[in-house]
Write a protein that binds this ligand. Structure first.
Ligand code: ARE
Ligand code: CA
Length: 492
């Protein structure tokens, strides 16, 4: 389950958080395929709770399932189907965020307190009632008989059993050990596979027993042969937050997919914030700190939709400007794991929903609009970090260097440079003075464009050009708080 199922030269994914299916489909065709993005993680597509909250519809309603019908704030089933088809056609895979640990928060009931659902299903999450006719689930499908209460803060350190069997922030906890529940889950996952998705981001895997997950995952069909070839298994990434000291460990999930490596974003962010030295990241990989497993075990990212909302975040986010550019640039340059680029909407409050047209239009999500340089217009409310020039260019870099090791590593205080064997070269400078010197790039002689400021534009450079000599060396000046990236995908 750890094979990414992307095209071989497309080794980065993007989380288009809260995008509509019609917009995702357009993005695959108009943008993602041209920059080498291999896959999109989409927001949960199943039917979910609908709850007006301070005259807004919060983003997190997507994490309270009502049924597995494909009707959500992002669109309906036919739009979902069209998105998967159109993205696959241009070689961009769809990874579905699947919420299998729980249903709605305890006490939520459709038709009361302004609560309804994104589709037509009713539900009753009243304690002891717990019925979801849209699946259907009833109260015996939940874990109340094992734990009838919430996970407590100390459980994360002390009790794997509580973490898995009690309620996560009051969400009604399904018993994945039940054959019946497993059948409903498998039917949902199979429906997604039939539509042509490449895999799953399993929400809250930490809160499910890996043995139960293995059982239902093994019952899911192979990916569509016409798209992925024969005998291909879904790609699976488990959301397990493990930054050390946890009763549930990310390593518990490596035999059934990859896990979300929160230590990577923490390590890179601390360098980007100036709390750690970039030179120390020359060892970032298996064995660096706690929980950094093998390359094929990890999905790496700088920030995600949860920790970008922490107050204050321990990671860098779009709000950190150049520091964020450096962090994402480094992630895409460094040979470790499968990288995921975050793509956000602007927010000032934790709960803020995506850009929408207001209560009178049922908070219908609005679309991004674009500037002439292909970044997103701030006025549309979408940040689109994945379209930032340095980030989209470094995705091209990653395509060019796929499968090569980091060699010729050079470090100084707050500086790190390395080549990717014969395919690329990267140098990052977080000091306040320029870093100018001869570097061994390992690239063939020729002229290259710096990905940082636009890479190749037709047959010349959008920004600076760098010439590599016959011996592979080049004089490169890296500006303060900037990086230089050149690759076979930016060669003139
Ligand atoms: C909402 C309201 C709650 C209310 C609940 C039920 O905010 O006040 O009680 O509804 O009515 C998201 C939001 C939640 C939201 C939920 C459902 O973040 O606020 O609750 O949707 O709408 C733990 C889990 C990890 C989880 C994080 C958030 O281990 O799996 O908490 N992350 C995923 C998603 C979230 C999503 C859910 C799970 C639920 O990415 O977006 O929640 O589907 C330590 C521990 C971690 C722990 C972390 C935070 O670091 O090690 O394990 O993460 O603290 O508690
Ligand atoms: Ca659970």
């Amino acid at each position: 389950y750890d094979k990414t199922q992307t095209l071989a030269n497309r080794q980065a994914m993007v989380h288009l958080f809260e995008w509509k299916w019609t917009d995702v489909a357009n993005e695959c065709e108009n943008f993602l395929q041209h920059y080498g993005y291999g896959a999109v993680q989409i927001s949960p597509p199943m039917e979910h709770i609908w709850a007006n909250n301070n005259n807004d519809l919060p983003w997190w309603v997507r994490y309270q399932p009502v049924s597995y019908t494909l009707t959500s704030r992002s669109g309906d089933e036919s739009q979902f189907k069209d998105m998967v088809n159109r993205c696959n056609k241009v070689g961009v895979r769809i990874i579905v965020d699947v919420v299998l640990n729980h249903m709605v928060g305890i006490g939520q009931k459709s038709g009361t307190g302004g609560i309804s659902s994104s589709g037509s299903s009713s539900f009753d999450g009243t304690h002891g009632v717990e019925t979801f006719p849209g699946v259907p689930y009833s109260k015996t499908d939940f874990n109340d008989f094992r734990c009838d209460g919430d996970i407590q803060g100390s459980d994360y350190q002390n009790s794997a059993e509580h973490v898995k069997n009690c309620r996560l922030v009051g969400l009604l906890d399904l018993n994945q050990g039940s054959t019946y529940v497993q059948q409903q889950i498998v039917a949902y996952l199979n429906k997604l596979v039939d539509y042509g998705v490449a895999g799953f981001r399993c929400d809250a895997s930490k809160h499910m027993w890996p043995e139960d997950m293995e059982t239902f995952l093994n019952s899911v069909k192979n990916l569509r042969e016409d798209i992925f070839g024969s005998n291909q298994r879904p790609f699976v990434v488990h959301e397990v937050i493990d930054r050390g000291g946890e009763a549930v460990k990310c390593g518990d999930y490596v035999t059934i997919g990859r896990y979300t490596n929160f230590n990577f974003g923490a390590a890179v962010s601390s360098a980007a914030k100036g709390q750690n030295d970039w030179k120390n990241l020359a060892n970032l990989g298996p064995g660096y700190g706690y929980g950094n497993n093998e390359d094929h075990d990890v999905l790496n990212f700088i920030d995600n939709h949860d920790n970008q909302r922490d107050d204050p975040p321990y990671v860098v986010t779009y709000k950190d400007g150049y520091r964020y550019q450096l962090a994402v640039g480094f992630m895409l340059a460094w040979p470790y794991g499968y990288p995921r680029v975050m793509s956000s909407f602007y927010f000032t409050q934790h709960d803020h929903g995506p850009p929408n047209s207001g209560a009178s239009n049922r908070f219908a999500t609005t679309s991004p609009t674009f500037n002439s340089d292909d970044t997103c217009a701030q006025s549309s409310g979408w940040v689109c970090e994945h379209r930032w020039v340095s980030t989209r260019e470094m995705v091209k870099f990653r395509s060019a260097v796929q499968g090569t090791a980091a060699v010729e590593v050079v470090t100084e205080n707050q500086r790190i440079a390395f080549a990717r064997e014969m395919t690329g070269f990267f140098a990052l400078n977080a000091q306040s003075s320029p870093w100018g010197k001869y570097f061994l790039t390992t690239l063939p002689a020729g002229n290259y464009c710096n990905h940082f400021n636009g890479g190749l534009s037709g047959t010349s450079c959008a920004g600076e050009a760098i010439s590599v000599g016959a011996d592979g060396s080049a004089y490169i000046k890296v500006n303060p708080n900037s990086f230089v990236g050149i690759s076979m995908n930016s060669r003139i």
